[in-house]
Design a protein around this ligand. Structure first.
Ligand code: SF4
Length: 649
């Protein structure tokens, strides 16, 4: 093993049973890093154009980041790649937990699976031993049960990623789950795993992933973790809480944009997780309300949103949780001890889940959100997509487009948590209306018809995350320009619109004003490239909240290279471009990605913090394409492709 990467990928053909290892040219890593950077290179070269996403030719890859397994802080993420059955184009999904370093310890920078097995199987990998094992007894189990059974059979130390019934049933919004509730959720790649009859991966490795300059990496780690040393004392926490509870909502209602300090963000994440922001996001207009049709301060006011935010989670917390290599720890395990939403032990809902099953369906019962989160994880469903599907169904029900007879008798009224739970179960098991919703809201709207498309909140087939472009318009750009449409983590929109300092290197801050649409392309392109770098290094994006960080020094200390910030940004551009080329090869028109009128403010809200806002998406998209040197239809320039060393065809 070289420093920080293994120089090897594993190929498994579930159709023929062939297992083989392949050496990777060391130069490849510097050009595409790890994670989906390496993944898109492999799929562009090896996967035939037009492959059926649920057929044998689709290649499903599991890839740790380049820095994963080294002592580099925040570097414990892995990515799953494949052609998305939901969008028909490039698919990737990102997850934390403890699985990622294990892939490296087994000796691989990527595990690629092709073919379709005749019967359910799982992949057993213990260092050099790789076996395709029977999983008939696991088929039908949920993801937690699967981890329990495999854990008992294989003994301690195995890290497991699996699909639940949703993936088995080819729900196109199915996720892949590891660590009993960390999800590689987006792009519907759980269905790809299900189509291959691959129930799980179980990994245990004994290899060591080293850094080229451990001393230097230690120094970089000290710089990165310095702001985390300061934990809020009682007084500081009291003052911050008063500000968050009393002053901030007042400011947000009056359209005052508030930018928290690094300390505030870090302490808030550490104490409450991403759910700390739920009430604030509802009040300010970031979190969608009532399937994006409502205004938080009126339709889901502070006394309700507060019930599903920050301190509401505290009574349920059992212990803190952190991903591998994380110095922050924004996670927690929770339980609901009694009542109809009883949950023994589960991951605390993240902001996205709290919002989509909270404000977006007008549900202020936090215990039910814990239950819904756990249910999605166990069934192996993308919680954002499942929540969007429930909201879509509730609106169709309200408007009389579907009735109790279409819903198996469910009374799908807004805010009915019990109905939401029953419907999510039906989606995972593909029963009744759930069978239609399992294909995502775009397909469901086609099936239901009667104008229901107006309520289907998606981009290119992918359900929208819980960030409203009317609040931060650059989210709109990110949703339509990334190769995985509807992705909120691909362009750091919150950084663009806040005019934040760069994550590393430089960019021009001067034109980044929240509601000015022209001239933001350079900033958006910068953050999109930087986001690719962070992802493909395996870094958690929350590290970006720490400010401008020495990422190139981190890479050089781990890999023994001499990259500059500019080279890293060019690498990010290369990865962005390759993902775009994958979509073009699959016949996807990048200009066809658009957003529902509600997400753009057409017509604009008449009241609330985002009243009067109509997002000029086309100007921002055009400027982004130009900043990327792509033409107005989103096709990369051939000369620029040549400079980046990639084929435009
Ligand atoms: S900050 Fe949270 S999501 Fe990120 S690596 Fe740490 S525990 Fe995982």
């Amino acid at each position: 093993m070289s420093h920080c990467y293994c120089g090897k990928i594993l190929w498994v053909d579930l159709g023929t049973g062939e297992i083989r290892r392949e050496e990777v040219d060391p130069g490849v890593y510097r050009r595409v890093l790890g994670g989906y950077g390496l993944g898109v290179k492999v799929l562009l070269e090896r996967q035939p154009a037009g492959a059926d996403p649920l057929g044998p030719d689709n290649i499903l890859g599991f890839l740790p980041g380049l820095l994963t397994g080294t002592p580099a802080l925040f570097s414990g993420r892995y990515m799953v790649v494949g052609k998305s059955p939901l969008t028909g184009g490039w698919g990737d999904a990102n997850s934390g937990g403890s699985l990622s370093p294990e892939i490296k310890r087994c000796g691989y920078d990527g595990i690629f699976v092709r073919g379709v097995s005749e019967r359910p199987v799982y992949l057993y990998i213990k260092d050099e031993t790789v076996e395709i094992r029977d999983a008939s007894r696991l088929w039908g189990l949920d993801t937690v049960e699967t981890e329990n059974v495999l854990g008992r059979e294989l003994g301690s130390g195995f890290k497991i990623a699996s699909i639940g019934p949703a993936g088995e049933n080819l729900a196109l919004i199915a996720a892949i789950i590891n660590d009993r509730g960390r999800a590689a959720a987006r792009s519907g790649l759980g269905a790809v795993m299900g189509s291959k009859k691959l129930k799980a991966l179980a990994l245990k490795g004994s290899g060591k992933v080293t850094a080229a300059s451990p001393g230097l990496l230690k120094k970089v780690n000290m710089v990165i973790s310095a702001p985390l040393k300061h934990e809020f004392g009682k007084t500081e926490r009291f003052v911050t809480d008063i500000f968050a509870q009393r002053v901030l909502p007042f400011l947000l209602r009056r359209k005052v944009f508030f930018k928290p300090t690094v300390r505030q963000v870090m302490n808030s994440l550490r104490n409450y997780g991403t759910g700390a922001a739920t009430a604030i996001s509802v009040e300010g207009g970031d979190a969608p309300v009532k399937n994006w049709s409502g205004v938080g301060m009126f339709d889901f006011p502070w006394d309700r949103s507060g019930k599903i935010s920050d301190r509401s989670a505290a009574p349920y917390e059992i212990k803190k949780y952190r991903c591998a290599g994380c110095p922050l720890g924004c996670g927690a395990l929770v339980s609901v001890k009694e009542g109809k939403y009883r949950v023994e032990e589960a991951h605390r809902p993240e902001y996205e889940t709290a919002a989509v099953f909270g404000s977006n369906i007008l549900n202020d019962n936090y215990e039910s959100i814990i239950k819904l989160n756990d249910l999605c994880n166990r069934l192996g469903l993308d919680a954002i997509s499942a929540g969007a599907a429930v909201a879509f169904a509730m609106e169709c029900f309200e408007k009389g487009l579907i009735g109790p007879g279409d819903c198996g008798g469910l009374d799908l009224r807004w805010g009915d948590a019990d109905a939401a739970i029953a419907l999510v179960r039906d989606i995972g098991l593909r029963r009744g209306l759930g069978d239609i919703l399992a294909g995502g809201v775009a397909r469901a709207a086609e099936s239901i018809g009667r104008g229901s498309g107006e309520f289907a909140m998606h981009c290119g087939g992918q359900e929208l995350p819980m960030h409203d472009p009317k609040y931060l318009p650059s989210y709109g750009t990110t949703y339509v320009v990334d190769a995985t449409p509807g992705r909120h983590t691909a362009g750091a929109a919150n950084f663009v619109d806040a005019g934040s300092p760069p994550l590393f290197g430089e960019y021009n801050l001067s034109k980044t004003v929240k509601y000015r649409y022209a001239g933001k392309g350079e900033a958006q392109a910068y953050f999109a490239k930087a986001a690719q770098v962070l992802n493909c290094l395996g870094l958690c994006q929350f590290s970006a909240f720490l400010g401008t960080l020495p990422y190139s020094e981190m890479v050089n200390a781990a890999a023994g290279w001499d990259v500059t910030d500019d080279e890293l940004l060019e690498t990010g551009e290369r990865i962005l471009t390759m993902r775009q080329l994958f979509n073009l090869r699959e016949g996807i028109d990048p200009g066809s990605f658009t957003l529902p009128d509600r997400a753009l403010g057409r017509p604009p809200f008449e009241r609330g913090p985002t009243s009067g806002v109509t997002v000029d998406l086309e100007t921002m998209r055009r400027d982004f394409f130009r900043a990327m040197k792509w033409d107005d239809s989103g096709r990369p320039d051939r000369n620029r492709c040549a400079e980046l060393g990639i084929s435009p065809d």
